[in-house]
Design a protein around this ligand. Sequence first.
Ligand SMILES: [Zn+2]
Length: 428
Amino acid sequence: MLLLAGFIYACSSESRPEGAADPMNRIAESYVRLVLAIGRHDPDYVDAYYGPPEWRQAAESDSLPLDSIGARVRALQADLVTALPQSADTLAVLRHEYLGKQLRAMDARLAFLAGKKFPFGEESSLLYDAVAPTLGEAHFKEVLARLERELPGTGPVPTRFEAYRTRFAIPRERLDTVFRAAVAECRARTVRHLQLPAEESFTVEYVTDKPWSGYNWYKGGYRSVIQVNTDLPIFIDRAVDLACHEGYPGHHVYNALLEQHLVRERGWLEFSVYPLFSPQSLIAEGSANYGIAMAFPGDERVAYERDRLFPLAGLDRSDAEKYYRVMALQKELAYAGNEAARGYLNGEIDAAAAADWLTRYALMEPARARQRIRFFDTYRSYVINYNLGEDLVREYVERHGGRDPARRWEVFAGLLSSPRLPSGLRER
Ligand SMILES: [Zn+2]
């Protein structure tokens, strides 16, 4: 499974600028081993690992109980406090802060696995270093009123939206063609601005019966497997969404750049593991979502999809502009999903009421709303990483990159190649 060919872990001190003597490298190794140990108890925890195989084997054979892992995490937190960065290098400072927040998130996930339930906002703060704003029904009703004007007719707006959207489903037999075209376009637009490792590539698989709509499994060696869930109809806009989000310049690129710049160039092995329930996920999901606007600034997305993807999918291109106006309004409802998750996970509403809220305010038809409840059950406050993450990454890139597209790509690439934390996105 692991693609390790050509990757030398036992690298010499010349190829590891900080050297093995750096106490941070010892802490990093312990951190990786503890992430792998938690993965023995929590099958969703380790999203990717391509570090030394013997560390994984040791985690499997040791099979540490949760309370021993917890004691080691807290001891490592104490070690980290005394191991201050040895240089003023920005990345070295970020590395230290990053490990601190990642360890804090590990401790919180361990508490959850031991049975503790945190309130939604506290959980997201501990795990993802961020808290989503609370929005009331009035906000969503105002967006729905604007949507109603785009979708004249009778019946509730969610029903009208669903009926309208059905016309834009990609026929199953054309899905792979459309998706591959979108991937090629997203890649071409990304490599114009970002230098990717020459060996990078990924494969695509179509799967069913998952709580998510798409997933990138990073294997190391600059390779990913991208899975697309075909349980529910896939609409035309999802082709570019998925291709950017999972591929270019989203998760595949983020993982490849971390491997290239932090793991291989600096020997920072903590980045060879990716614990899903950690601050890294807000950066991952936020940059993957914002990556769509990076690859297709302004009106470029509508023009490309109308002229290239609509014909490939056999859809009427004269409908494209209106479709994307409607979809932009739907996107303004993204925070409705957070509210459903908050109420449901805090025990204030049951699954049926949460699904009803999702249908009314996030415009999810009942089957999609049920899929989303499954997502809440599995991933909990992770939901904030998509929309809040996107907003935080957008603000960061626009604040530091201004209006110049080339400068924005530089800032975006810097973010994808560094251990910056969600709270650090807000700093000036
Ligand atoms: Zn994602």
